[in-house]
Ligand binder design. Structure first.
Ligand SMILES: *Cc1c(COP(=O)(O)O)cnc(C)c1O
Length: 366
């Protein structure tokens, strides 16, 4: 018997973790579309169609790059392809820290600017760093999945705009498709996301917007690597009509194109509001029974990080949830037992949010 079949009965759970998320059966089915050649007209049409739809979702006129990797691949690509001087990496949690590590692991000079976990990156912090003139790349996390912080991008973007020589890289891995990301208005040069979070697909494909400015800059940078070289990815799309240098996951492409149609049908604003309403419900619940890690003003719309003020065993809670077919996330890293996280992203419905909260209440006797 196939190993997966043996595990199946105990394996499947309704996921309230911040990726991977539950994938709708009709979207999952599109992954099983019969294979096509990646150098065919059909592949070009498919990939161009995805890029056109993503431009709408990202509110941008710039080029879109698809990458067969998870989002981390393009995060590494961004710092590696665009840095000549030094990266200013702002961290409000684990993913911001990781972006700094990606730079240093590639031998790229980088400084990290930390906020206390639970606090946002402030425009003042950004101003202070960029005004030194030391940096030519800035990395910001829009929605920090470890702490449940959504950074004030309107204000941060105003500061970054004062430094037109700086390449603005933004991590929207856990927010694109779940909250409004206005790439051109914010002046973001490289905006990155993965498929397994708010977009509601399996993991394995990443995407980013790439501004003309970032492309021109990258052309002047040495040692950009090969697989994740943004210049080569961009050039190939232009020369080969939206095809890629290496073989992409066409299965993801079929499903993503379909899912983007669904998102447009739902209405982008409706989708963003849906997650905000879900966030409000989870925040109210968190404040009633526990507390929130983030100040409400900076709380994420796509997941809520709850402070474990009752000192429950998060591991036990998840074990009991598993018996009933659910899964939430414990805290990240140092926050493992100090917080727990409930995601409300992708195609999660309000009924499902209410259900998970009442199941948790039942288990904990709240
Ligand atoms: C999940 C996540 C990442 C990493 O993305 P992968 O697709 O797993 O590589 C980066 N940043 C944030 C904010 C995330 O939530």
């Amino acid at each position: 018997m196939w190993i997966i079949e043996k595990m199946e009965a105990s394996m499947h759970k309704s996921l309230f973790i911040p990726g991977p998320v539950n994938v709708r059966p009709d979207v999952l089915e599109k992954m099983a579309t019969p294979m096509i050649g990646h150098r065919t007209k059909e592949a070009s049409v498919l990939q161009r169609s995805i890029s056109d739809k993503l431009r709408k979702l990202m509110y941008t006129k710039e080029e879109i790059i698809l990458s067969t990797s998870s989002g981390s691949g393009l995060m590494e690509a961004a710092v590696k392809s665009c840095t000549k001087k030094k990266v200013a990496a702002f961290a409000v949690g684990a993913f911001g820290e990781r972006w700094h590590k990606m730079a240093t692991a590639n031998g790229i000079p980088a400084d990290r600017f930390d906020s206390e976990w639970g606090q946002p990156t402030t425009p003042e912090m950004v101003e202070k760093a960029l005004s030194t003139g030391e940096y030519d790349v800035i990395t910001i996390t829009h929605n920090e999945t470890s702490t449940g912080i959504m950074n004030p991008l309107d204000e941060i973007a105003e500061v970054v705009k004062k430094y037109p020589d700086v390449i603005f890289c933004l991590d929207t891995v856990s927010s694109l498709g779940g909250a409004k990301i206005e790439v051109d208005k914010w002046g973001v040069d490289i905006c990155i996301a993965s498929t397994q979070k708010c977009l509601g697909l399996p993991a394995g494909l990443a995407l980013c917007s790439l501004s003309q400015k970032a492309y021109e800059k990258a052309k002047t940078v040495e040692n950009r690597g090969l697989y994740f070289d943004l210049v080569s990815l961009y050039d190939t799309i232009q020369k080969k009509d939206y095809q890629y240098p290496s073989t992409p996951s066409l299965s993801h492409m079929f499903a993503l194109d379909y899912q983007l149609d669904r998102i447009m049908e739902e209405g982008m604003e409706n989708r963003f509001n849906k997650h905000l309403e879900q966030a409000k419900v989870v925040r109210a619940w968190a404040k009633k029974h526990f507390d929130m890690l983030a100040e409400e003003k900076y709380a994420s719309n796509t997941l809520t990080t709850i402070k474990n003020t009752k000192e429950i065993s998060v591991a036990d809670l998840n074990k009991k949830l598993a018996e009933r077919g659910f899964m939430i996330s414990n805290g990240y890293g140092a926050l493992k037992e100090k917080t727990f996280r409930i995601a409300h992203m992708a195609d999660t419905t309000m009924e499902e949010v209410n259900e998970i909260l009442s199941v948790i209440e039942d288990i904990l006797g709240l």
